[in-house]
Design a protein around this ligand. Structure first.
Ligand SMILES: Cc1cc2nc3c(=O)[nH]c(=O)nc-3n(C[C@H](O)[C@H](O)[C@H](O)COP(=O)(O)OP(=O)(O)OC[C@H]3O[C@@H](n4cnc5c(N)ncnc54)[C@H](O)[C@@H]3O)c2cc1C
Length: 192
């Protein structure tokens, strides 16, 4: 039985992991995140060169909660030796590639509590009388189903691409794609 199980390890649960670390939660609690991707990446389908973040870089994983945290975008720049160059650029909206690298840099510091390539397929609440006492969670790792029990569950599985019904007939994932898949698509190969 673990204390907290996080579904998905995108920016939301990565930010949560930072909060838990800074609150010393890991000292006496067992926490595990399950991520279906093989490694960390942020919106990879639209990770194009010369595209920028849509929000200010100070809205990073932690600055609004704890500006003194070592997990800020500013500290990432400092560790990369890029702080002066970034200041001289005079930009508030860094490139998506750089921000992805920042998120990857932060995610790498939590390797020991993340199970990648692990897809959550089922959540079953368990009861003590009429109260939910814990959850049985099923996940598939390397095509093998496994189960784990947790007292608390945090679902941060992001959004799913929406394909409007008007496109159902012609959507083939090759010539007609969702932008979420852009970098992997034939359309992208032709365009570049
Ligand atoms: C194309 C695009 C561009 C965006 N650009 C910006 C931007 O510039 N600035 C901004 O602030 N926001 C942007 N957003 C919003 C985006 O939602 C957030 O930036 C952020 O990614 C949300 O983090 P999240 O962890 O909630 O979700 P996600 O980043 O979607 O992460 C969820 C994770 O859960 C995993 N997962 C899902 N289901 C399961 C399962 N069953 N088992 C295991 N793992 C699972 C997924 O693989 C994924 O890694 C953008 C969104 C999109 C789609």
């Amino acid at each position: 039985m673990i204390d907290v199980l996080g579904i998905g390890f995108g920016p939301s649960n990565l930010s949560l992991a930072i909060q838990l670390k800074e609150l010393a939660f890991f000292n006496d609690k067992k926490v595990r995140f399950f991520e279906k991707k093989k490694s960390f990446s942020w919106q990879p389908g639209l990770l194009l060169p010369n595209t920028n973040l849509q929000i200010h870089f100070l809205k990073d994983l932690v600055t609004l909660i704890n500006p003194k945290s070592p997990f800020t975008f500013i500290n990432y720049l400092k560790e990369q030796g890029r702080l002066s160059d970034f200041i001289n650029l005079n930009v508030s909206y860094p490139s998506r590639m750089e921000f992805n690298d920042y998120l990857f840099w932060a995610a790498n510091k939590f390797e020991d509590i993340v199970s990648y390539n692990s897809y959550i397929t089922d959540i079953e609440p368990k009861y003590d009388g009429i109260q939910v006492s814990h959850f049985k969670v099923t996940y598939v790792h390397d095509n093998i189903p496994n189960e784990i029990e947790t007292r608390h569950l945090v679902i941060a599985s992001g959004r799913s691409p929406k394909i409007p019904s008007a496109f159902f007939q012609i959507y083939d994932g090759i010539n007609v794609i969702h932008s979420d898949q852009f970098t992997k698509s034939e359309v992208h190969k032709i365009a570049s």
